[in-house]
Design a protein around this ligand. Structure first.
Ligand code: NAD
Ligand code: DAU
Length: 359
């Protein structure tokens, strides 16, 4: 059965990778992207698919109910892959309001519109609402705690993770109350092509190329579980096509790494691949800076359910994935240089400089 898929946030990092994956895997399917092109959204990320006949980009906000209603009806959408979000923890600390608006109110708007649309169509079983969420809703782990499973209680610690948790609860409630065929995925940290340069890996790659300091928060011993973005997209494909409505699936890379060792690893790869760096060895740029407020210590995902029930496993090791990612940032200066705009510099100053000035 061919699908007519609405991808919210498809001009962002994971959304764009997902659109590329879907267009390659299911060329007969119709893809409609709805994206508000915030600072993190970039139409360039979709340049390779823009000219396809069965692709449509729509500039707009997921909180705009009449626009969403119109798209669902006019495009006869049968599945939503919902990526649109404010996604950066540091920005949520500086300004939480946008996170509640997009992540909670936006998700609610989509759910209500999709419920109406699904009812109008006679509640087809094949319709899907895939809600792409995060492992951060589970809070922070101690060094010897077992990794997060689908039954781990929610304990979000940042405005970002709290707003994602709120949206997860709404999605869950729409299945239980209305039997709307929703599925939730909670994934660990992604990395790969098209990631906006304020997140750890692209920020470090770009700073190494520019000879700027590499700001490591706190003692650098916080642990994240890294997953190559293409593997996340493969997992979402499996979940949309074979997942059970009402279920949650955790997605993770089984790649727990301390931030400091990840940054050191990136420095080594850069030293090797780029012989004319402004500062060499690149590790000389590593600078420990003030910690993120409320910084979660450790995340780790148990993805056994997805493996056992749906047969997904990650295919790219962290060694291969990091090298591919560094190569991508080396080869795509034209993509990232324009993103270092005035707005970006203002954010950078506020997050890294202003917070350290004593008043
Ligand atoms: P991103 O910030 O790169 O992209 C978000 C996209 O959503 C952008 O294109 C932006 O323009 C769009 N958007 C924001 N507000 C919107 C609105 N009101 N209406 C329409 N579009 C809007 O984020 P990402 O890293 O690609 O994350 C995508 C999703 O995956 C998010 O829901 C995030 O919570 C989740 N997630 C991310 C990671 C990760 O490591 N990046 C891991 C797990 C889950
Ligand atoms: O776990 C999944 C989450 O991963 C997603 O839900 C979020 O959308 C995504 O942004 C990411 O959140 P993190 O906060 O883990 O990612 P970030 O890249 O911002 O930071 C990764 C780690 O690196 C974290 O421990 C903070 C640290 N860090 C980050 C930056 C930007 C630094 O030490 N220095 C930095 O400059």
């Amino acid at each position: 059965m061919s699908r007519r898929l609405l991808v919210t946030g498809g001009a962002g990092f994971i959304g764009a990778n997902f659109v590329h994956h879907w267009c390659q895997t299911y060329p007969e399917d119709r893809i409609v992207v709805l994206d508000a092109l915030t600072y993190a959204g970039n139409r360039e990320n979709l340049a390779a698919v823009e000219s396809r006949e069965n692709f449509q980009f729509i500039y707009g906000d997921i909180c705009d109910r009449s626009l969403v209603d119109h798209i669902l009806a006019a495009e006869e959408i049968d599945a939503i892959a919902h990526f649109a979000a404010e996604s950066h923890v540091d920005r949520s600390i500086l300004g939480p309001g946008a996170f509640v608006q997009t992540n909670v109110v936006g998700t609610f708007t989509l759910l209500e519109a999709f419920r109406q649309h699904w009812q109008n169509a006679g509640k087809p079983e094949a319709y899907r609402f895939l809600h792409v969420s995060t492992d951060e809703v589970y809070g922070s782990l101690g060094p010897n705690d077992p990794s997060f499973s689908e039954t781990t209680p929610y304990a979000p610690n940042s405005p970002y993770s709290a707003s994602k948790a709120g949206s997860d609860h709404l999605v869950r409630a729409y299945y239980h109350t209305y039997q709307l065929p929703t599925i939730i995925t909670n994934c660990s940290n992604n990395y790969g092509a098209y990631q906006f340069p304020e997140k750890l890996i692209p920020l470090m790659c770009i700073h190494i190329l520019m000879g700027k300091q590499l700001p490591v928060y706190g003692d650098g011993k916080n642990v994240r579980d890294w997953l190559y973005v293409n593997d996340h997209c493969r997992a979402l494909d499996v979940v949309i096509n074979r997942g059970t409505p009402g279920e949650t699936y955790n997605i993770g890379g089984n790649n727990e790494v301390e931030n400091i060792s990840l940054v050191q690893n990136l420095c080594q790869i850069m030293d090797e691949l780029s012989p004319n760096l402004p500062v060499s060895p690149a590790a000389n740029l590593i600078t420990f800076v003030k910690d993120r407020p409320g910084h979660d210590r450790r995340y780790a995902i148990n993805a056994n359910k997805l493996t056992t029930e749906l047969g997904w496993t990650p295919s790219v090791t962290i060694t291969t994935g990091l090298r591919l990612t560094v190569e991508w940032y080396l080869q795509n200066r034209d993509w990232w240089e324009p993103l270092l705009s005035e707005e970006y510099q203002a954010y950078y100053w506020q997050n890294y400089v202003a917070s350290t000035i004593k008043t």
